[in-house]
Design a protein around this ligand. Structure first.
Ligand code: CMC
Length: 428
């Protein structure tokens, strides 16, 4: 017998058998529950989507209690150890690890699309010298939609693949241009001989040398950070990507919206917020007072807590280990001691323990980025580069899912009952 949920409506005494599939009932099956036939029917109320699955997905699996993260079934720890970002992005987008030939073709495709149109350069030059990199980044991504009108062809699989390649290939260039604009240095052209991450470092940090040589430890560390950030199932920015994409707009416009969602300090902006928090705390002796303010609800311990993970974020574990390798090259980030002490206190403190608040991906990543020479406001951009692969995979999955339609939540109206327009002089 199929699993069902029996609901008794005590207003009418009627019983309903609602089918259960994948531990879930369909919200639309509740619509039949009515007192009178002309009623709208029962809805669910779920602000912030705490308990609502909006899609079926084969891309990323998270078990928040056990701290498990899988891309297409592969544990994040194994990918971080053995894979590289381009291979992982192929896996996320197309469902399988590429063969050698597929990987060579994928890498060549990405490399062939790294150049940016000169007008994007001009567009970025229009920003003030101190414009936030994430504001520039998301504007430039949105602007790309005007350069590639063919991207509107969203039901053509080949066109979709081309936009995936273009976006993954071009976001490092945009990020690097944004950075160089802020520090007043000329833009650097991509070097096709370098790896994805190596070329990104080249476009960021090349000075007068003829050829930029990325430090292999930093190049690998950045690549691993990119792997860790590539996808994270239905988080806020991914839901935005799917929602905007569900209107059938081009992927550049949808991705600009997703990047805007990522910019927020509760999401991808948290890595920047962690460093600002550590700077504000200032020294070890101020930590107890800071923790007191957090517990009083006056502050948030940034880089802690997660909607899904109720144990240590597996990405944070990998990043913490990697920080040691990076600091051997760059020297220790002086803020590390403070971060370790905050973590030590939080993991013992009843407030954090009872709420199951653990370090998330953003707690240690910023310390690495800073040690590598990135300014704080570049951190969310460094999150957006790899997440572009995840956003595009989720966009593709949404578009090819026959169950999906334009996203359109319902509301419970709590405003005024119908009333007549009042003339201005009669208003009180
Ligand atoms: N510091 C102090 N208290 C916290 C924190 C925190 N970082 N996070 C959650 N809490 C408390 C919160 O006040 C609430 O307490 P109470 O039950 O007494 O009201 C309880 O824990 C549950 O929190 P919530 O706000 O209901 O949890 P949520 O699932 O809505 O929020 C979160 C998740 C990530 C937005 C939140 O934990 C947070 O603001 N963390 C800091 C920002 C951060 O690090 N964000 C990065 C998330 S990981 C990467 C990404 O997604 O981009």
């Amino acid at each position: 017998m199929a699993d069902t949920l029996t609901i008794t409506d005590n207003r009418t005494g009627k019983q309903y058998e609602i089918p259960i599939q994948d531990g879930t009932i369909r919200a639309m099956d509740l619509r039949q529950i009515k007192v009178k036939p002309d009623e709208f029917g029962m809805m669910t109320y779920d602000p912030a989507f705490m308990n609502t699955a909006a899609c079926k997905s084969r891309i990323t699996f998270i078990d928040g209690d056990k701290g498990i993260l899988l891309y297409r079934g592969y544990p994040i720890e194994q990918l971080a150890e053995h894979s590289d970002f381009l291979e992982t992005s192929y896996l996320i987008l197309f469902g399988e690890l590429p063969t050698e030939t597929q990987l060579a073709e994928w890498s060549r495709d990405i490399t062939m699309h790294t150049m940016l149109h000169e007008n994007i350069k001009k567009f970025l030059e229009g920003f003030r010298y101190d414009a936030h990199p994430m504001g520039m980044f998301l504007s430039a991504v949105g602007a790309l939609s005007t350069f590639y009108p063919d991207a509107k062809n969203i039901f053509d699989a080949e066109s979709r693949r081309l936009q995936m390649v273009r976006l993954i290939a071009k976001v490092p260039g945009i990020a690097a241009y944004v950075y160089r604009h802020n520090i007043g240095r000329p833009f650097v052209l991509p070097d096709n001989e370098l790896s994805f991450s190596g070329n990104f470092l080249n476009m960021l940090f090349k000075m007068t040398e003829l050829r930029y040589k990325p430090h292999p430890v930093l190049e690998r560390a950045l690549d691993v950070l990119f792997i860790l950030h590539a996808d994270h199932e239905q988080n806020c920015s991914t839901s935005v990507m799917r929602n905007i994409g569900s209107t059938h707009v081009d992927p550049y416009s949808a991705l600009a919206g997703a990047a805007a969602a990522l910019y927020g300090p509760l999401h991808g902006g948290a890595n920047e917020a962690v460093l600002r928090m550590l700077n504000e705390i200032g020294s070890m002796q101020n930590i107890p007072a800071f923790i007191k303010r957090v517990k009083a609800g006056e502050e948030r311990l940034m880089g802690f807590g997660h909607r899904v993970y109720k144990s240590y974020d597996p990405r944070a574990k990998i990043i913490k280990r990697m920080a040691d390798l990076v600091f051997e090259v760059t020297g220790k980030n002086p803020l590390l001691e403070m971060a370790l002490e905050l973590e030590r206190i939080a993991l013992e403190d009843e407030y954090f323990v009872s709420r199951r608040l653990y370090p998330n991906v953003d707690f240690y990543s910023g310390l690495i980025y800073q040690a590598m020479g990135f300014p704080l406001d570049m951190f969310p951009v460094l999150f957006a580069i790899p997440r572009t692969a995840g956003w595009m995979a989720q966009w593709e999955e949404m578009l090819t899912d026959p169950e999906q339609k334009i996203a359109r939540p319902r509301q419970i109206y709590t405003g005024s009952a119908p009333r007549d327009y009042a003339a201005r002089e009669k208003r009180r």
